[in-house]
Design a protein. Structure first.
Length: 154
């Protein structure tokens, strides 16, 4: 993989933090190398498509061809994030054209003041288990940037 991300199919690379850059760079790199689509689930609502355009320009690849293969879904609540993961599972089960799933800002969205602590932990664990299963089942490149990346480790 480009950008020294060292992604492996069927595994999740975890990075501690809050920034979208590693996930955005991975999406561009995976698409350039595989020609397949990338899915980004953004709980931090920080993904910047212009950042991706700059990455694509540096590589010399056609901007439109790469961008049209990136799907970004944003969530504002824990339940919306869980729903995005559930819908992603449905989409991945119907389509084989995805090579990568990236998540940003998982833990903070489940620490919402409106959620009971136990409810937030329960939802977060359901989401992390489902994402791990999706990455393995569909042999995807997985990358997560989170304040508590350990929830995605085996």
């Amino acid at each position: 993989m480009k950008h020294s991300l060292y992604l492996s199919k069927g595994k999740i690379k975890t990075i501690e933090g809050r920034t979208h850059e590693p996930v955005s760079m991975a999406a561009v790199s995976v698409i350039e190398e595989t020609g397949e689509r990338a899915l980004i689930l953004d709980g931090s609502r920080t993904v910047d498509p212009y950042f991706m355009v700059r990455q694509i320009k540096e590589s010399g690849e056609p901007i439109d061809e790469i961008l049209e293969k990136i799907t970004i879904a944003r969530a504002f609540t824990a339940y919306q994030f869980k729903d995005l993961v559930d819908r992603s599972e449905d989409k991945l089960n119907r389509e084989d054209e995805f090579a990568m799933i990236g998540l940003i800002g998982v833990s903070p969205i489940f620490e919402d003041d409106e959620l009971d602590d136990e409810e937030g932990k329960w939802l977060r664990s359901k989401v992390s288990r489902k994402v791990k299963n999706l990455v393995m089942k569909h042999s995807l490149y997985g990358i997560v940037v989170d304040t508590e990346p350990s929830i995605f480790k085996d």
